[in-house]
Design a protein around this ligand. Structure first.
Ligand code: SF4
Length: 325
């Protein structure tokens, strides 16, 4: 017996930023046979694609090891982008770099830099909804000299408010990492807005109980007076993928979600599938497929993250089609 049907989600596979970075890396390696290209961190969070590019000469390297790039060697900055300190270090070492930062990330970095310049003189703060320690988030925080507050979840936002790491009486501007969940970001923004409104209301009633006119004159310093500016910065390719993927997961009996173990976008999208289809399995490569997951006649859906290559989805589909149940 076999599964009845296997579909690959047409919207899964590399996003534009990853396609561009891999294209630039391959163009360099093809034009310079026998030479290596050093990438600052993993060019894509996918082990199978990394090993394919590794065979062509791509070598991931950590920031602490940049000095090991030999004279005349090339260093590549991946789609996630880097903080200004990295560029300064590259200049200091005299390394020749290929900058593959995704244009969408570059625009986000610029917007955060500008927001920081706006709120800083007013004692305000920049808040970033993103994964703590993620390369893109480090690049974003770097635009604020490390001062932005990063929250990874609603619980983390609540803790930051309770501990006073996010202050309500100052101008706040919030941004999201490009690959986060739109619904979670909306929830975070709603909670922060409500916290500001309620702090504002408390402050108003204190002011009413106070001497009236004098308190009104100090309105600019009251809680909530700074307000919240919400920036819609989730990548369009990711945002539309969320809606499409939910529908794809709902319309299949079982979902195989293929992504690298270090892909944060993969974790978000896999959970999205699991929320609408409990028979969702995460795999990093086809050899991890377990026949016991399947029932004869299953309608199988195969999908992946923005860092999952199409060829890996096709290999997974072929492995499922070959299963004997
Ligand atoms: S997810 Fe969007 S912003 Fe991030 S690298 Fe891909 S295309 Fe660029």
């Amino acid at each position: 017996m076999k599964v009845s049907n296997v579909d690959i989600d047409s919207h899964s596979g590399f996003c534009g930023g990853v396609i561009r970075a891999i294209g630039k890396a391959e163009a360099y390696l093809d034009a310079n046979p026998g030479k290596s290209l050093w990438s600052l961190g993993q060019i894509v969070h996918n082990e199978a694609e990394l090993s394919r590019l590794g065979a062509k000469g791509l070598k991931p390297i950590g920031k602490d090891d940049m000095a090991k790039v030999p004279a005349g060697g090339k260093l590549m900055i991946r789609a996630h982008g880097e903080p200004p300190q990295t560029y300064a270090r590259i200049r200091e070492l005299g390394i020749d770099a290929i900058d593959c930062t995704c244009p969408v990330v570059l625009r986000l970095q610029k917007n955060i830099r500008e927001a920081w310049a706006r709120v800083r003189p007013l004692g305000g703060q920049v808040v970033i909804f993103g994964k703590v320690g993620h390369a893109e988030v480090l690049g974003l925080v770097g635009q604020t000299h490390g001062e932005a507050v990063v929250v990874e979840s609603l619980d983390m936002l609540k803790a930051a408010l309770a501990e006073g790491r996010i202050r309500l009486g100052v101008p706040l501007e919030i941004f999201s990492q490009t690959t986060k969940s739109p619904s979670e970001y909306a929830e975070i923004c709603r909670y922060l807005s409500a916290a500001i409104s309620s702090a504002d209301a408390d402050s108003d009633s204190d002011a009413d109980a106070d001497s009236g006119a004098g308190a009104r004159m100090n309105a600019g310093a009251r809680a909530g007076a700074g307000g919240l500016t919400i920036h819609d910065t989730i990548c369009r390719q990711v945002a539309s993928r969320h809606a499409d993927l939910s529908e794809f997961a709902r319309s299949h009996d079982i979902i195989l979600f293929v992504s690298g173990s270090g892909s944060s976008n993969g974790k978000v999208l896999c959970e999205l599938c699991r929320a609408v289809n409990p028979r969702t399995w995460h795999i990093t490569e086809p050899s991890a497929i377990n026949p016991s997951w399947f029932h004869p006649g299953d309608n199988v859906g195969i999908c992946g993250a923005t860092s999952t290559p199409k060829w890996l989805l096709e290999e997974a589909a072929a492995a499922v089609r070959a299963l004997q149940l």
